[in-house]
Design a binder for this molecule. Structure first.
Ligand code: PSU
Ligand code: MN
Length: 310
């Protein structure tokens, strides 16, 4: 048998390799949220707490990043610290992955980048905060996150708290429908909006139990319907932000991005940083709470999915 050349780029931690060899459930985690989505030291602390929650729920966490010319699946505490502290990590999406690997740079993988690496490593479930999407004004800017194309082609289930209202959530859902990406919701009928629980748009299918979610996802893949699935779960009620406040701040951040001519891959990190500053840091507490909640939902899904594989 010819070895798969892609697999030589993947290096698993001992814990991830052992869990995989034993057929135990694994949950992939992204690193852009660590390097570009939250400030230090909350980013590193949250990354560790998220890993602990996943272990406590019966799955093995595998945080993914690019280091020294390899895709690293499962990071040590020191490596999480390096990613969160250095400010040097490049944001790595599909387009950027060959450059980061070939140059040996430190790379933080986005949702799209992490999905690619998770699929290469044979991991089916991936937990993040919020997915990228169709930006407001995309009809002239063409700014549509590569996350959506990745969901269309790569068979990984992505657990998130919906999409931020910096995006055009309606168009994001239209795009996913066009590309055959099912959007599942857990605990409510509507798709979640990251800082708030309700985007005002219905998800495609409501499935509250991990077993039902796993049956849906396994059925899709058994049918040969390649591509991802989005599982949206809302931020816990107590941590949600007031809708009017987040709407006003989002408008302001969007206007600043426009004034300052921010474009390309810088847009999303710029908006996230401005929202954090404009909410006086309160959005960070919401962000941490929702990621932890997503980790529990994702770990339960990974456990259920592992039981559907024989
Ligand atoms: N949305 C968030 N937090 C994040 C991101 C998105 O609420 O940290 C990050 C994710 O890594 C996502 C990426 O994949 O931003 C999308 O960037 P872009 O819009 O440039 O594709
Ligand atoms: Mn973009």
């Amino acid at each position: 048998m010819t070895p798969d050349p892609a697999s030589s780029w993947v290096v698993r931690s001992a814990a991830v390799a052992a869990a995989q060899a034993a057929g135990r459930p694994i949950v992939a985690l992204e690193s852009t949220i660590i390097a570009h989505g939250m400030p230090y030291p909350e980013n590193v602390r949250t990354a560790r707490e998220v890993e602990a929650l996943i272990r406590a729920t019966g799955a093995e966490p595998a945080t993914i990043a690019v280091m020294d010319g390899r895709i690293r699946v499962g990071l040590s505490d020191d490596e999480l610290e390096l990613l969160g502290r250095s400010g040097q990590a490049q944001k790595v999406s599909r387009r950027d992955l060959p450059a980061a690997l070939a140059s040996g740079a430190l790379g933080a993988t986005t949702v799209a980048g992490t999905m690619i690496c998770a699929a290469l490593a044979g991991i089916e479930v991936f937990v993040t905060g919020g997915i990228g999407g169709v930006h407001r004004g995309a009809e002239t800017s063409f700014d549509i996150s590569a996350d959506l194309q990745e969901l269309a082609r790569t068979s990984v289930a992505v657990v998130c708290a919906g999409a931020k209202s910096i995006l055009d959530i309606g168009l994001t859902l239209e795009y996913l429908e066009t590309h055959g990406v099912p959007v599942l919701s857990c605990g409510q009928d509507n798709f979640a909006a990251f800082y708030t629980r309700d985007s005002g748009f219905r998800a495609d299918f409501r499935l509250d139990s991990a077993q039902a979610q796993a049956r849906f996802i396994r059925t899709k893949w058994d049918l040969g319907l390649a591509g991802g699935v989005v599982l949206s779960t809302p931020v816990p009620e107590a941590a949600a932000m007031p809708r009017e406040e987040i709407d006003a701040i989002t408008e302001r951040a969007l206007a600043e991005a426009k004034e300052q001519g921010v474009v390309g891959k810088a847009v999303t990190p710029f908006l996230l940083a401005r929202i954090k500053a404009l909410t006086g840091g309160r959005s960070l507490a919401t962000n941490i709470a929702l990621v932890k909640h997503n980790a529990e939902v994702g770990a339960r899904l990974a456990v259920a999915l592992a039981q559907t594989r024989f």
